[in-house]
Design a binder for this molecule. Structure first.
Ligand SMILES: *Cc1c(COP(=O)(O)O)cnc(C)c1O
Length: 410
């Protein structure tokens, strides 16, 4: 945490005392966990102001995670495209290869300070499960990760990584046996074990205080990026900041550094998947409606019966039928604008960045890169775009190559 988070008017104003972000957020959850969630919010607030906690967090970030990650000017790609200069915040260089470890390390340290010995979470494609198992090992905590049976089979190598890291993997085999079932199963485990365990959610979603805690631990991305960008651009801020959005953790992380800077435009990029037809994308803010998901009010992609829709994207980390409450509020305020990028455009960007710069992006991050490339061509060369490169693409390489016949124009 840098000095910047003491002066951000925005970050001090949201959420309100009820954990709401305007019309969104709050706690839409059975009463049994309410006292525990209140205690967690208090513990987080205390920890944030405790010099010892901040020192330990800083130590883990520096020596374990390898922070600060650099900001890098994509000189080759920018020159090839023409127009504005594109910069990336290299969260792909964060230990384990993505931004998720930022809030997992935070949750693990918070668990230690609350006297808990265990972390519980859900995972979809396994990325969050691996990051949490990593943080748990570092802080000598037990770790229990719930995963749907379908994902358990698909995400085999991540399941193996969790096992190697010493986590207990619990398979949820009911309903569609996917992320929602894993999440229900993990929350049930938390409800019965909360004396000993802390729930460490996978994104800036869920009931208060989870969206706030995830944002606060991810904000290091935006605070670092702001200082680094100013230092390398003669004290000038970027004109545009771009991030992909599923639940909103990497987006809230980088946006946190710029929310008070009215001249900086913020862009959230959603997955348009195969098409704009229901079930073929996961573009929640483009096509969704107000509802409730994972214990909070937010925008949800819904079918004709009002149930969460089936969602699709080539980037498994973007497959989620909701979006975190704070992102929903920033959308309604007009502070963040949203664009949807489809599978094909993301795959093109995946290759363009790899070949022009020697950086293979995660397919999730490739959505943000694709939009930045689109935006750059429409802008003057004096303009600057900063993209949160949320993760590395090693996990996606085999899939992209094996399915190369599917993408048009490759
Ligand atoms: C999980 C993931 C995302 C999407 O999650 P957010 O919470 O919206 O950031 C994006 N990029 C990568 C690399 C991921 O692993």
């Amino acid at each position: 945490m840098s000095s910047h988070d003491n002066v951000s008017a925005y970050l001090n104003a949201y959420p309100d005392a009820e954990g709401s972000y305007g019309a969104y957020g709050g706690v839409d959850y059975p009463d049994e966990l309410r006292p525990e969630l209140l205690a967690l919010a208090e513990a987080h607030k205390r920890a944030r102001n405790m010099p010892e906690f901040r020192r330990e967090l800083h130590r883990a970030r520096t020596y374990f995670q390898g922070r600060a990650t650099p900001v890098h000017h994509l000189a080759n790609l920018s020159a090839k495209i023409g127009g504005a200069a594109i910069f990336v915040k290299r969260e792909d260089l964060n230990h384990t290869g993505a931004h998720k470890l930022n809030h997992c390390v935070g949750f693990a340290l918070l668990a230690r300070h609350m006297g808990k010995r265990k972390l519980i979470a859900e995972t979809g494609a396994g990325q969050h499960g691996v990051a949490l198992a990593t943080a748990a090992a570092y802080f000598d905590l037990e770790c229990e990760v719930h995963i749907g049976e379908v994902d358990f089979v698909k995400a085999r190598s991540n399941v193996n990584r969790m096992n190697v890291l010493g986590a207990k993997v619990v398979v949820a085999a009911h309903g569609q046996s996917a992320l929602k079932e894993a999440s229900d199963s993990a929350f049930e485990a938390y409800a019965t074990q909360h004396k000993d365990a802390l729930y460490a959610i996978g994104s800036a979603i869920g009931p208060h205080p989870f969206p706030m805690i995830v944002r606060d631990f991810q904000a290091v991305v935006g605070h670092e990026a702001r200082e680094q960008f100013l230092a390398m651009n003669d004290g000038t801020l970027p004109d545009h900041v771009v991030a992909c959005v599923a639940g909103g953790s990497n987006a809230m992380g980088i946006f946190s550094g710029f929310l008070d800077d009215d001249n900086v435009s913020l862009h959230g990029i959603e997955p348009l998947g195969r098409s704009a037809k229901p079930g073929e994308h996961a573009a929640t803010l483009t096509f969704g409606k107000p509802g409730a998901l994972h214990g909070a009010r937010c925008i949800v992609l819904q079918d004709s019966e009002g149930k969460p829709s089936r969602v699709t994207s080539v980037a498994s980390g973007l497959v989620y039928p909701g979006v975190g409450p704070e992102i929903c509020m920033l959308h309604d305020m007009g502070r963040v604008s949203f664009t949807a990028v489809d599978d094909n455009e993301a795959i093109k960007a995946f290759y363009r960045l790899s070949r022009a710069e020697g950086i293979i992006p995660a397919l999730e991050s490739a959505h943000a890169i694709a939009y930045a490339m689109r935006l750059a061509t429409s802008l003057d060369p004096s303009r600057r775009i900063l993209v949160n490169l949320s993760g590395r693409g090693d996990k996606d390489v085999d899939f992209v190559v094996d399915n190369s016949g599917k993408w048009s124009g490759m």
